[in-house]
Ligand binder design. Structure first.
Ligand code: NAD
Ligand code: UD2
Length: 307
């Protein structure tokens, strides 16, 4: 049994991670500003401190005495990072440095490990698919630039301050509790919500753009495995399946699984939309001995069942 701090624990991915940690008998506490997260995402009894992860004092007090920290708090939206550049930078990069810094003195036994969320957004418009971790990083957004900054500061945390870290570049994550009503939500939760309510969906452009969709319950297994075996050298891993799915195909499968007719409209392509995003999961599989193996249909069924 260990004690963990989960920043952003009231969010979509954080709530699944906490479910897994509690099932493993661990003690969990959360730091979250509830900007997109909800307390209802968590079972009763999980202590939540409402605070900003960029507030160094709030982080120091939340992390005191834990055995490790899962750092997921961020403004998880490329659009928001364009609208509120400096504000999202505080949360996304300064917040991460605050966590690494506090991890140095979190425990009298020494620095504690930090497992943190990065993003496929660090690759930007790199066209060399599938993307390996060694592919060039060329972020196109403030969000992607800040996630890359987190990875650079993880090297400082490890090399200069002895804080073990592991970073995970999530591709397109989906599953229950991804808010279908948020305009910043992923395509799966938007389509699933609209199709289930019998509303039309809008496909941006021709719909033949592809993504590498990962089911949230597959993802959280890597986070806990990395915490169990902290490594030096600030490694980063793609979290992806290596399998492409087009937006058109996604819409068709969702309509079929929900037993609803598909009312699909095509809008203009989203400015700056990436045509193909596929990751190479080889390093992830080699390091952890497991792959993201939930078939898309099964993950979509679970997502629809939650609505
Ligand atoms: P989410 O919005 O559901 O969760 C983020 C959580 O962080 C929320 O509970 C929010 O209230 C909290 N938060 C935001 N700003 C904060 C601040 N300044 N201080 C404290 N708490 C704050 O999003 P998610 O999809 O669960 O994302 C979790 C992590 O995964 C984020 O770091 C995100 O960038 C990363 N990520 C997600 C995806 C995806 O497809 N969902 C892809 C790549 C990376
Ligand atoms: C994802 C992440 C983003 C960043 C980026 C990295 C989400 C929500 N966003 O952006 O944070 O990590 O990857 O490259 O996970 N679409 C439609 N109709 C809709 C909504 C979306 O056609 O109503 C299309 C959209 O134009 C895109 C695809 O679906 O081609 C996926 O869109 P998304 O917003 O879910 O994710 P993405 O890959 O743009």
């Amino acid at each position: 049994m260990a004690r963990y701090l989960v920043t952003g624990g009231c969010g979509f991915i954080g709530s699944h991670l906490i479910e897994r940690l509690l099932a493993g008998g661990h003690e969990v506490r959360v730091l979250d500003d509830l900007s997109t997260g909800k307390r209802e995402n968590l079972p009763d009894g999980v202590p939540v401190t409402v605070g900003d992860v960029a507030d160094a004092e709030a982080v120091r007090s939340a992390i005191a005495g834990v055995d490790g920290c899962f750092h997921l708090a961020a403004v998880a939206s490329v659009d928001r990072s364009r609208e509120a550049w400096l504000e999202t930078h505080h949360a996304n990069l300064s917040g991460t440095i605050a966590v690494f810094d506090a991890a140095r003195r979190a425990n009298p036994a020494g620095p504690v490990p930090v497992v943190y969320a990065s993003s496929a957004a660090v690759y930007g418009d790199n066209p060399n698919m599938p993307l390996t971790e060694d592919a060039a990083t060329r972020p196109l957004s403030a969000y992607g630039a800040d996630k890359l900054g987190c990875e650079l500061h993880a090297r400082v945390a490890d090399g200069v301050h002895g804080v073990p870290t592991a970073g995970f570049r999530f591709f397109n994550v989906y599953g229950p509790r991804q808010d279908p009503k948020s305009p910043y939500s992923g395509v799966i939760s938007i389509f699933a919500g609209r199709i289930a309510r019998g509303e039309p969906i809008t496909i941006n452009g021709d719909g033949e753009q592809v993504r590498d969709f990962i089911f949230v319950k597959d993802l959280v297994r890597y986070l806990t495995a990395a915490m169990d075996r902290p490594q030096s050298g600030a490694p980063v891993y793609n979290v992806c399946t290596g399998r492409p799915t087009s937006v058109n195909r996604l819409a068709e499968v969702l309509a079929e699984l929900s037993g609803r007719p598909l009312d699909r409209r095509h809008g203009p392509a989203r400015p700056g939309d990436i045509r193909v995003s596929i990751g190479d999961p080889s390093r992830l599989v080699a390091a952890f001995g497991m792959s993201c193996d939930t078939p898309l249909e099964d993950g979509l069924r679970q997502t629809l069942a939650w609505l």
